[in-house]
Design a protein around this ligand. Structure first.
Ligand code: ZN
Length: 507
């Protein structure tokens, strides 16, 4: 019986976002379960499409493996993870592993873009400390998000890395299955040689959709490359709203010989370089998008993506730029979700359905350039925020989003409703609207605070998808960003100008 310890510690850090991630943010349930320890890890995550569940299920199906669960936690993307949270959670993981008895391997379900108040490379620091405890020989397999900013330190300390191959991420459990295959390979045939390459240009999230070119072809090439000489290869598209030295796309390759790993990595890097001018990082103005949506005569919904206020990339999810544009553009049959304003959601719950009240909606998270939407609203529906996601990404997970409400904007000729929530949650699943009695496919315009993940559940009902540049803390026009820590020479988006200044970490 081989004994494998498993643990997960997930955070995607947007260093431009307004709020930190403290210990309580990892402890609490939101769209994901709260912090789980020991036997609760596998029980609490059973049946959920995430890597650690895929890994454990694959081990169970293979037989001959004992899984020793240590800890799993995640927090909604935000700015830096506090030192307190990082030290406490890392401490619990390392103590758990040190006390787990004789182990044959360790599997980590990590994101790969964690920046803490003290460490630009949270996962690399976690793995460095792990090696300090367990030494250099024990196999350590790591799975990462497609948005990982992979670093040389992560590659050095992990025996193998597997990365999601879909965005929207629908292959999370499958990535865990591939990580288990990496573990089996390491336990039966010994060390894998590794190669790591980094891209000389960044790619914003809006251009990373794996259903569009060039990502579709790049990702499809991975399975073809794997075979006799190459054990595995993966591409991370990176998480560019992280002002760190190693921000950006990268790739890893693992093979029995260094030559084969290097050769595969060079081939993949060349494919990425050749594809540079095919990444489309353009965004539409909210005003143009609303006009285009209103001019659309097809039978199905037009989806407008408020990509820069995507809480799944660390934004506040309470900006009102797109809402203002919907009203000013006279939008009809429009609904916008999910705008995070706990104060207004609570106020709506105190009232009866049909009640009307004046309010300042959204725009309260203190981000520069944000303004609340000042108006009168009618309460059309309320909900307790507890429902089950049904889309391909989160399907089966129970949401605990707190008080929610549907408010109709009054005193305007526009026909616009807003879905309000009390917890930041990316609008990537139709269940968010259905919880409040709104059927997305019956709306003329559905506006979502999401960059790409919404496509998994909303593309099937949409005639047209428009991605807009409204205010938000998830910048998608990278050449407008002032990076201080990024390595010099990296281009700020495909075909864009290079970053020239490395001025050191800002306060
Ligand atoms: Zn991701």
């Amino acid at each position: 019986m081989k004994r494998i310890a498993v643990a997960g510690f997930q955070h995607e850090t947007n260093t431009f976002a307004p709020t930190l991630a403290g210990y309580a943010d990892f402890e609490e349930a939101d769209a994901w379960p709260g912090l789980l320890r020991g036997g609760d890890v596998l029980r609490g995550l059973k049946g959920i499409n995430i890597p650690i569940t895929g890994f454990a299920d694959a081990a169970s199906a293979a037989g001959g493996y004992e899984i020793v669960p240590i800890l799993w936690c995640t927090a909604e993307p935000s700015s830096y993870v506090t030192s307190d949270a990082f030290e406490r959670i890392t401490g619990m993981i390392l103590e758990g592993i040190a006390g787990a008895g004789e182990l044959d391997g360790i599997y980590f379900d990590l994101h790969g873009a964690m920046v803490t108040q003290d460490h630009e490379d949270g996962e690399g620091e976690l793995l460095r400390r792990l090696r300090h405890v367990i030494g250099s020989d024990l196999p350590v397999v790591v799975s990462l998000d497609l948005h990982a900013n992979v670093t040389p330190q992560m590659v050095e300390h992990a025996s193998a890395i597997n990365i999601f191959r879909t965005y929207p991420h629908i292959d999370l459990a499958d990535t865990g299955v591939r990580a288990f295959a990496s573990m089996q390979r390491l336990l039966t045939a010994g060390t894998l040689r590794k190669a790591f390459r980094q891209s000389p240009f960044l790619v914003p999230l809006t251009a990373q959709h794996t259903g569009s070119e060039p990502c579709r072809t790049l990702y499809a090439s991975l399975e073809r490359l794997e075979g006799e000489t190459l054990f595995s290869a993966d591409i991370a598209m990176g998480f560019p709203p992280a002002d760190i030295f190693h921000s950006g796309p990268s790739l890893v390759a693992y093979a029995g010989t260094q030559g084969d790993a290097d050769s595969a990595a060079d081939t993949l890097l060349q494919s990425l370089l050749d594809a540079e001018n095919r990444f489309d990082d353009r965004l539409q103005s909210p005003e143009d998008a609303v006009a285009e949506a209103m001019a659309h005569t097809g039978p199905r919904t037009v989806v407008i993506a408020d990509a820069q206020d995507n809480p799944g990339a660390g934004a506040s999810s309470d900006t009102t730029g797109l809402l203002h544009a919907l009203i000013a553009g006279g939008a009809q049959g429009a609904v916008l979700g999910l705008l995070n304003d706990a104060e207004i959601a609570a106020k709506a719950h105190e009232m009866s359905i049909g009640a009307e009240f004046p309010a300042l909606l959204g725009g309260k998270s203190g981000q520069q350039g944000q303004v609340p939407f000042k108006g009168r609203f009618r309460v059309e529906a309320v909900g307790d925020g507890e429902f089950t996601f049904a889309g391909a990404m989160f399907g089966g997970i129970t949401a605990k989003l707190g008080a929610m409400a549907v408010l109709r904007v009054l005193d305007t000729s526009a026909d616009v409703r807003v879905v309000i929530g009390s917890t930041r949650c990316q609008c990537l699943d139709q269940a968010i609207f259905r919880h409040l009695g709104i059927e997305p496919a019956e709306q003329r315009i559905v506006a979502v605070k999401s960059s790409v993940h919404f496509r998994a559940d909303f593309e099937p009902i949409a005639d047209k998808i428009l991605v807009v540049e409204a205010p938000g803390a998830h910048p998608c026009r990278l050449d407008n960003i002032t990076y201080r820590n990024l390595r010099p020479g990296v281009r700020l988006g495909p075909g864009r100008r290079p970053h020239l200044w490395a001025g050191g970490r800002s306060a």
